[in-house]
Write a new protein. Structure first.
Length: 129
């Protein structure tokens, strides 16, 4: 089976040993994606963080040949229920027409500046309806 990888600027990719995203056949999985800019800046607003996370994740998806309409599963990790509405609203902006299976859970994240981290799975060529 053909296996492709996409990388990003995350320093964790080499230190932990993972890829931003992988593609095996028609399946693309995008790893946990945090709201970090290339200069390591993090906007404190949860809405902006969620948008940045999805921007990075969807860029990796596209690099491996996928589109937002191919997404079948998303996961959103938030540090507090207080940001769930803001983060969920961004998810609706991005995936409102796609409506993938989705989970949002409250967790602790690696960087105290982060309010959210996301990941997704996509299947290329899936029929939309």
């Amino acid at each position: 089976m053909d296996h492709q990888r996409a990388a990003s600027d995350s320093p964790f990719e080499t230190t932990i040993g993972f890829s931003r995203a992988t593609r095996a056949g028609t399946l693309i999985s995008v790893s946990g994606t945090a709201p970090v800019w290339p200069d390591d800046a993090v906007d404190p607003d949860p809405t902006h963080q969620a948008r940045r996370c999805w921007e990075i994740a969807l860029a990796a998806l596209r690099e491996l040949g996928g589109e937002v309409t191919d997404v079948v599963r998303t996961r959103q990790y938030v540090v507090s229920p207080d940001v769930a509405e803001q983060v969920g609203a961004v998810h609706a902006e991005v995936f409102g027409d796609v409506r993938p299976a989705s989970t949002m859970v409250v967790v602790g994240l690696l960087d105290p500046r982060w309010h959210v981290e996301v990941e997704l799975d996509a299947v290329l060529g899936r029929a939309t309806s």
